[in-house]
Design a protein around this ligand. Structure first.
Ligand SMILES: [Zn+2]
Length: 166
């Protein structure tokens, strides 16, 4: 018998054949993840951002402009942060894009400060990437030089420019 078995999603997958949630641990441990179910060429669209609803900034929201936040309302909400992300949450084109050649079974991640200026629920990152920012609090709290190593959406670039002019 396997020592551990990932618990399957109890809910219907929102993107069957594209990616799925792997639930691990208790919900409080935030260690569920999103896994590709097929290969995605680098640069390709993993998912279009559809069915979004506006709402307040919270742990599960994504920032889509300088002032607006949305809920993803799909399995994409389980996408973890990484400082060496496999995808880009592109709120300019409203699509999640592959930043690398992705194989079925690869984890889908994105760099949260690429969309988030000042996060509702900061956390420590242990991703192990050489460019790991260690504390994930939003782009507002990272030096411009650090942010220059990452792909960012337009509203974050604009907010950085405004910050640096101040
Ligand atoms: Zn990291």
């Amino acid at each position: 018998m396997a020592v551990t078995n990932a618990i399957q999603s109890e809910n219907k997958p929102t993107h069957p054949g594209y990616f799925r949630i792997v639930r691990q641990g208790t919900p409080e441990q935030y260690c569920s993840k999103l896994i590709a179910e097929r290969d995605f060429p680098k640069g390709s669209v993993v998912a279009e951002l559809k069915g979004l609803t506006p709402g307040p900034k919270r742990y599960s929201s994504v920032q889509i402009s300088k002032t607006e936040h949305i809920e993803l309302n799909s399995d994409l909400v389980f996408m973890n942060h990484s400082c060496d992300p496999s995808t880009h949450m592109d709120t300019d084109t409203m699509a999640v894009c592959a930043l690398k050649e992705l194989k079925a079974g690869d984890e889908l991640t994105f760099f949260y400060p690429s969309t988030e200026w000042d996060m509702a629920q900061p956390f420590d990152c242990w991703c192990g990437a050489s460019q790991c920012v260690k504390r994930v609090t939003g782009a507002k709290h990272l030096p411009t030089e650090t942010l220059s190593k990452f792909i960012l959406v337009n509203h974050i670039k604009e907010l950085i420019a405004e910050r640096d002019q101040a």
